[in-house]
Design a protein around this ligand. Structure first.
Ligand code: ZN
Length: 218
């Protein structure tokens, strides 16, 4: 499905779909549920623009490749180039805030981790990043964003940005020292606990203040 960034208020966007920078284990309770140590520095990985699909339309998960987990995450749309940027510059560089799923082929990821191989095929495949439209960042208190995922009417994941190990602005500043962020890039800020396998036909509800997306696994 063709993906383009858009704002939920219908205003013009015009930012190209760039890369996605993701952070692993940014919530301590999630690191523990997968039996991982809480990292000292953010664990970063990338997804290409071809991973982006619209969350609000039904999306598919790869067949025959083991469990595909949902990871519900706050997403940040980058509006300005950020290279070795300070926190104030990073704040000014956030063009939009939304929600997304960092889809993860968990069985495959576990196998790759065991062998010491890179994760990409488990995390960066086509369609691995269903993204919502974006809200304007003004009015958001970045360290006080609540969000949740329900699956088939049952609560599954509940997150609060105050629980991030590396909060949004220090995270952006850190990323900008390793991967220059460009207009149209997206940062996925990590998932809280409650990740689990998705199945065909699941109905998902993702919510954040000012945003509510119902979608389904095709
Ligand atoms: Zn994730």
């Amino acid at each position: 499905m063709k993906y383009a960034h858009h704002f939920l208020d219908g205003g013009p966007c015009g930012l190209p779909a760039g890369k996605i920078v993701c952070v692993g284990r940014n919530y301590a309770a999630h690191a523990r549920e997968l039996g991982n140590e809480v990292p000292e520095a953010p664990i970063l990985f990338l997804k290409p623009s071809t991973a982006m699909v619209p969350l609000a339309e039904v999306f598919s998960i790869p067949a025959g490749r083991g469990e595909c987990h949902h990871e519900t995450e706050i997403t940040l749309l980058v509006g300005k180039r950020l290279h070795h940027a300070g926190e104030a510059e990073c704040h000014a560089g956030i063009a939009g805030i939304g929600l997304g799923l960092d889809l993860t082929l968990r069985d495959l990821q576990n196998e790759l981790k065991k062998k010491g191989h890179p994760w990409e095929v488990a995390k960066a495949f086509d369609g691995a990043a269903p993204l919502s439209g974006f809200l304007r960042p003004d009015g958001f208190v970045l360290d006080d964003i609540h969000f949740s995922l329900g699956v088939n009417g049952e609560p599954r994941q509940r997150g609060h940005s105050a629980d991030m190990i590396t909060p949004i602005l220090p995270l952006l500043a850190y990323i900008s020292r390793i991967f220059t962020l460009e207009p149209g890039d997206v940062v996925m800020t990590g998932t809280p606990e409650g990740v689990a396998a998705l199945r065909t036909g699941d109905v998902l509800m993702l919510e954040m203040e000012g945003l509510r997306v119902e979608t389904a696994v095709a």
